[in-house]
Design a binder for this molecule. Structure first.
Ligand code: ARG
Length: 470
């Protein structure tokens, strides 16, 4: 080991080593250190330091001259980090210790006062909360952009007829626009969840100190406002013990990923030749190293695949927190890697999904073709028997079943059956039945609130635009 690093070991011992005789083993240092991942909190920690120092000066806990030096030192550190000139080392454990140690190196004794009236426990909770907040704000914007892509595609396909599925069996005719708007609603709820989490997150832990508060006359309202929070957290013990904001962020991330995974799965299915509903853009697909003809839906598959690690991160943090007594325990340091990994992937998936969806080319011919295969207007026939022939629905269902059986045997669509043939199954049927058997008429008839009739889809589209994109 170099002399440089040995020097640092002696220095770190001075931060909390007053009661120690020996330095921690190298293995323990590495095990304990979080710097390799929590350095991502550097800018939040710098802001927090600035706000804390100004408040200490305002409350005459440090002098204004000391505060000036601290602010200058923090600015220098910020530049060092931005210019890649800042040295990170496991000896200094985490980002909070790194910044404090470097501050003292740069400005001398005033730096030793920055940790007055606070602890790393409230410090890490605050810096991490600020980071999570920024990520949630970004995710909300990305969700809006994704809705924009979906709405744009929906507007091209208000009238495009496709089979709607239940159990992945052909169920009833719907329009593609209606189907895509279903996802707009889902991602809309995700946006609401994100905004809701942001509201709940918006209280600052800073000033709770280790857990009990502090004997110094600090102003928690001031620091919280300076850091963009609406106020301080009420209870100092809760402030340093709470990671609900991570639960909120990871649970909503898991839900978003499940939604992304479902649309990915549909695109994977729809782009396979059996369906042929959609052509994936070359910009978001890949080829095969062996089969020259292939275009693979890797983007959608990766999104589907990454859903597991995001949901896993949520379970990871939930389980980590499960048995923890109040207040802070070092277990909580494990919250960050799970969050970083989940949100790095979530952000990537949202951006990829947005681009992929924006560039999709749908194939209405294939959709219509599949619709002809499996008696998608059978429910319309049953409804007709109820409406026009005064037959109770359960009975109408059974009659329609018999008609489908008959048509299947003859290998004909419902529309191609002759009136005589229908009458041989039930005498109450008349010529007007043929009006309800076409796919177009089936669609038009679905006028109940939220239904798939193209007139309603058009209206839903402008409503969605106004609600989600303005
Ligand atoms: N690096 C720690 C974390 O991420 C912060 C330090 C907590 N305080 C302590 N006394 N060990 O949770």
């Amino acid at each position: 080991m170099s002399k440089e690093k040995d020097k640092v070991t002696k220095k770190i011992s001075k931060i909390w080593g007053g009661r120690f005789y020996k330095n921690a083993s190298k293995m323990m240092n590495n095990f304990n250190a979080s710097i390799k991942f929590d350095k991502r909190l550097c800018f939040q920690d710098l802001e927090l330091n600035k706000a804390h120092s100004s408040m200490l000066a305002d409350k005459k806990i440090i002098t204004s001259n000391e505060n000036k030096k601290i602010q200058k030192g923090l600015k220098l550190i910020e530049n060092e980090i931005k210019n890649d000139k800042f040295t990170f080392s496991n000896q200094l454990e985490d980002i909070h210790m790194h910044i404090e140690a470097r501050l003292t190196e740069l400005i001398g004794d005033a730096g030793k006062k920055i940790h007055t009236a606070r602890s790393r426990n409230d410090q890490v909770a605050t810096a991490f909360k600020m980071f999570v907040k920024e990520q949630l704000i970004e995710v909300e914007i990305l969700l809006k952009q994704l809705q924009g892509s979906l709405i744009k595609q929906a507007s091209l396909h208000v009238q495009t007829i496709m089979p709607g599925f239940t159990h992945l069996q052909i169920a009833q005719p719907i329009t593609l626009g209606h189907h895509l708007l279903a996802y707009v609603e889902m991602f809309g709820r995700d946006r609401e969840r994100t905004l809701d989490a942001l509201k709940r997150l918006n209280k600052s832990p800073l000033g709770a100190a280790a857990l009990a508060g502090t004997s110094f006359p600090i102003d928690r309202v001031k620091t919280s406002q300076k850091l963009g929070f609406s106020g301080p957290m009420e209870n100092s013990i809760d402030a340093v013990s709470d990671r609900d904001f991570v639960f909120d962020a990871l649970s909503l991330a898991s839900i978003i990923m499940v939604h992304l995974s479902r649309i990915s799965e549909e695109l994977i299915l729809w782009s396979s030749p059996g369906f042929g509903f959609v052509e994936l853009p070359e910009t978001y697909s890949t080829g095969s190293s062996i089969m020259p003809q292939k275009r693979n839906p890797d983007a959608a598959e990766l999104i589907r695949g990454k859903t597991g690690r995001v949901a896993g991160a949520f379970l990871n943090v939930l389980t980590m927190m499960k048995g923890l007594p109040l207040a802070y325990s070092k277990d909580m340091q494990e919250d960050k890697e799970a969050f970083f990994d989940a949100y790095d992937n979530l952000v990537n998936c949202l951006m990829i999904a947005e681009g992929l969806i924006r560039e999709l080319k749908f194939r209405p011919e294939s959709m219509k073709k599949m619709l002809g295969l499996d008696y998608a207007t059978a429910t319309d026939l049953a409804d007709y028997l109820v409406r026009e022939c005064n037959i109770p629905f359960r009975e109408a269902h059974s009659i329609t079943g018999k008609i489908v059986k008959f048509a299947k045997k003859k290998n004909l669509s419902l529309e191609k059956l002759k009136l005589d043939e229908l009458l041989s199954i039930d005498k109450r049927i008349n010529n007007s039945v043929f009006k309800v058997l076409s796919v177009e008429n089936s669609l038009k008839s679905k006028k109940s609130f939220g239904g798939t009739s193209p007139v309603l889809v058009k209206r839903a589209l402008s409503k969605a635009k106004k609600k989600w994109l303005s």
